[in-house]
Design a protein around this ligand. Structure first.
Ligand code: GTP
Ligand code: MG
Ligand code: NA
Length: 458
């Protein structure tokens, strides 16, 4: 009977792939949102999380369900959107590390590219099962679009030429690249054993074709093969920190994925910080509305007394200033247990800590994720960094930079990504002549600085 069926949580599905292959557009189509259109520079620069409830999945898959009965036993899907730009491998790893399942998005007009391979390596090393969304089929020569139709129906209506062109990219590009990487793959309609063969699902994020098939395969595979993993536990929550950011009025908060158990207001949580493990008390739990992406601008959060796995949740608590993105997060049920967990977490931390150079630039960013990406880019450019922090540019930052400028003008600067320059900082910079480079597109910020540095040398 129904009551004996174990309750399943939402599978956590990470969307990975090369820049501009259509990850965010695909999620936009599923959620009926327009996140991609509003992104600075047309690229994703933050990790996102959004819930798609079961009734929305059922409705989108309806045209297909007339042909194939699909019964959902999962309450929905929790999607993690990641950036495809090469500088954000940190965020791809973070997404990959919490995933139960993945969608590898490949643009059919481009095939496998650098970050497609990088994503595949990540999935292989973490043993994350995945399917391939072969996106942008509307651009296949000769293709006639049937908006929102299942692929299996649209395909039957295509001309022989369009069918041939589709097969050519699916097998000549995608299946071939996967087989070179050691994966056996096939068009999802031709697969007999989904545990042995990677499913390739042709879709168009633009027309919605293939979305019913994608969701049906996704739901089918996760609820069938990951049942054990998805069995929901009532116990204390376990999670992972996706981002650390400053929110006016709330102070420093963490955005976390809860993959097991329950977290409540007032719970004791343990996570890693720059100066060792942090033990603190949950002040409030904030949830984005279903179908909205928690990283997007202007998303409304509502305060809730408790959150069950799986979910993306914003946690406000004191003492989170030093919290580290990428850290595990646990709810502790007693002070002794909190200490025990803290000891376990201590070992996890080494790779997450930044050590500043004696002389170097000052970097400020809106989240720890973008800060890490900037630091990685500067490391590759051999630019030393004196300090790096999440938050607005303050007068103190300018004073520090002006000290450096006395020793080395090219390093006495501030690089600010997607943050404000506070008025006192602006005044101090005008007074001391410190350059502040500010942008909301990561590669523009880097270009601005490197071009200025070149001119300085001349
Ligand atoms: P990053 O997050 O920056 O890596 O990009 P992304 O993979 O999220 O791709 P995004 O959704 O930003 O889409 C990139 C471009 O491709 C946009 O101009 C989209 O409108 C376009 N696009 C996405 N999907 C499709 C599709 O199915 N067909 C066509 N014709 N264009 C698409
Ligand atoms: Mg994107
Ligand atoms: Na993009």
């Amino acid at each position: 009977t129904q009551s004996q069926q174990p309750k399943l949580r939402q599978p956590i599905v990470v969307v990975l792939g090369h820049v501009d292959h259509g990850k965010t557009s695909l999620l936009d189509k599923i959620r009926s949102t327009a996140v991609a259109a509003k992104e600075a520079g047309g690229i994703t620069q933050h990790i996102g999380a959004s819930i798609v409830p079961a009734d929305v999945i059922e409705k989108l898959a309806e045209p297909l369900r007339k042909l194939i009965p699909i019964k959902l036993s999962i309450p929905g899907l929790l999607f993690i959107d990641t950036p495809g730009h090469e500088l954000f491998s940190n965020l791809r790893k973070r997404g990959g590390s919490v995933a139960d399942f993945a969608i590898l998005v490949v643009d059919v007009t481009k095939g496998f590219q650098n970050q497609t391979y990088e994503s595949l390596d990540l999935l292989r090393s973490r043993k994350v099962p995945f399917l391939v969304a072969a996106n942008k089929i509307d651009r296949i020569p000769g293709w006639t679009s049937y908006p929102d139709e299942p692929f299996i129906i649209s395909y039957e209506r295509q001309s022989e030429e369009a069918k041939r062109n589709l097969e050519e990219v699916i097998y000549g590009k995608i299946v071939l690249s996967l087989s070179e990487q050691g994966f056996s793959a096939d068009l999802f309609t031709r697969i007999k054993d989904f545990t042995k063969t990677v499913a390739v699902v042709p879709v168009s994020a633009k027309t919605g074709e293939g979305i019913p098939d994608l969701l049906a395969v996704l739901a089918g595979l996760t609820q069938q093969y990951l049942k054990k993993r998805l069995q929901y536990a009532e116990g204390p929550a376990k999670g992972s920190i996706l981002e650390v950011k400053e929110i006016p009025g709330l102070g420093t908060v963490v955005d976390a994925i809860i993959y097991d158990g329950v977290i409540k207001e007032g719970d004791t949580i343990v996570l890693n910080g720059k100066n060792g493990p942090i033990i603190t008390t949950v002040r409030s739990l904030l949830m984005p509305a279903p179908l909205s992406d928690m990283r997007a601008k202007g998303v409304k959060f509502v305060s809730v007394p408790e959150v069950q796995a799986a979910a993306g949740v914003r946690i406000a608590a004191s003492g989170l200033d030093d919290a580290l993105a990428g850290s595990s997060l646990y709810v502790a049920t007693s002070p002794d247990e909190a200490k025990e967990i803290a000891e376990k977490l201590r070992g996890e931390v080494k790779e997450l800590i930044f050590k500043g150079d004696n002389v170097g630039v000052i970097v400020k960013a809106d989240t720890l994720g973008t800060l890490e990406a900037l630091l990685e880019a500067l490391r590759r450019l051999n630019v030393p960094v004196k300090s790096a922090d999440v938050g607005n540019v303050s007068k103190n930052d300018v004073l520090e930079a002006s000290l450096t400028a006395k020793a080395d003008k090219s390093l006495g600067v501030i690089l600010a990504f997607n943050v404000k320059v506070l008025p006192e900082a602006e005044q101090e910079a005008a007074r001391s002549g410190v350059k502040i480079f500010s942008d909301n597109i990561i590669y523009h910020l880097l270009d601005q600085y490197t071009e200025w540095r070149e001119r300085l040398k001349e």
